[in-house]
Design a binder for this molecule. Sequence first.
Ligand SMILES: *Cc1c(COP(=O)(O)O)cnc(C)c1O
Length: 409
Amino acid sequence: MNKYSNFNNYIKEYPTEDGHFGPYGGSILPPELIDAFKEIDEAYQTICHSAKFINELRRIRREFQGRPTPVYHCERLSNKLGTSQIYLKREDLNHTGAHKLNHCMGEGLLATFMGKKKLIAETGAGQHGVALATAAAYFGLQCEIHMGEVDIAKQAPNVTRMKILGAKVIPVSSGLKTLKEAVDSAFEAYMHDYKDSIYCIGSVVGPHPFPLMVRDFQTVVGIEAREQFQEMTGLLPDAICACVGGGSNSIGLFVPFLADPVEIYGIEPLGRGPKIGDHAATMTFGSRGRLHGFDSYLLQDEKGQPLPVYSIASGLDYPGVGPEHANLKDLGRVHYEAVSDEEAMEAFFLLSRYEGIIPAIESAHALAGAIKMAREKRHASILVNLSGRGDKDLEYVVEHYGTGERFLK
Ligand SMILES: *Cc1c(COP(=O)(O)O)cnc(C)c1O
């Protein structure tokens, strides 16, 4: 036995039947929602293991999403940095330009099999809302997206996309008018309408069965990447890495590699620095806590309330993290490191200029982690999950960083 073979039966051991990953996860729900989540859990455990469901999802992934996405060797970037070879799993080429559609299509198909008519969710920056609205249009389902008024004002293009795709965007005006209030509002709407609708979470967070279900839908990333990398090189990568917000693109890459002799890195946003309110590095600075109906690491005050968080990447600014990551950290299998806004933006411009790929700022965090490892000569080959493309970020980037000359000297 070694530290990798301990993970041979990992998928069978985690989560437990009640949704625990070690001490983390579970489902802490108001009594009115217990039946609704139980229905989703039972449907998932049966329908999603039927050949009919699996084959239909495979067809959708191939014909609609454009999967498999390729693995790409960044030769010019690698040569510039030294001797480590950097490879990308190109989730930016997945339809809609990011990995989120992988679980939204799974959730939409499950809703169809369950006879539901409507998908309900919250969104922060709007990326999850757009992916879910896409799935709803594909399946001919209604779609209701709850979004804080502050976010609606900030993310106008995504609001427009959701509306064009036929979703109803519900403005949330309580509290700080951002993601937390949008979650409360979506839960409330779901509570009143769960017979005809299904709640669709945006990452591997929330009460059981969502961390399990979203993980399973995202493991297509790691399963493909492992096979493609071996086909390209005859080997496994020495290290893999991905950015961690809620943790879905990273867990999707990691899980198929857990029993392999591969070092695994989750990269968190250090933002402007380690002061409270300047970052969203939950694994690096957080402690065990409870948020949105599950237990995990949490950035929290003495009373257990979530602390304010910040990241230049709006998809990473969440004070919690998926419970499976918390467990993988405690088990010592995954390393968690944090990179700053500056480091992420350097990676953003390097990839654009040396490879002709403009990444999402979220994904640039993962690449920045790999660039650091390459400069330190830590690993001979590093496979990075490029979770999304950067089109959505261009306006912000140009306003704050111009076209990046200072990073390219
Ligand atoms: C939403 C998003 C993320 C963060 O979500 P995870 O659940 O941590 O994967 C990362 N990258 C992109 C491109 C996103 O849109």
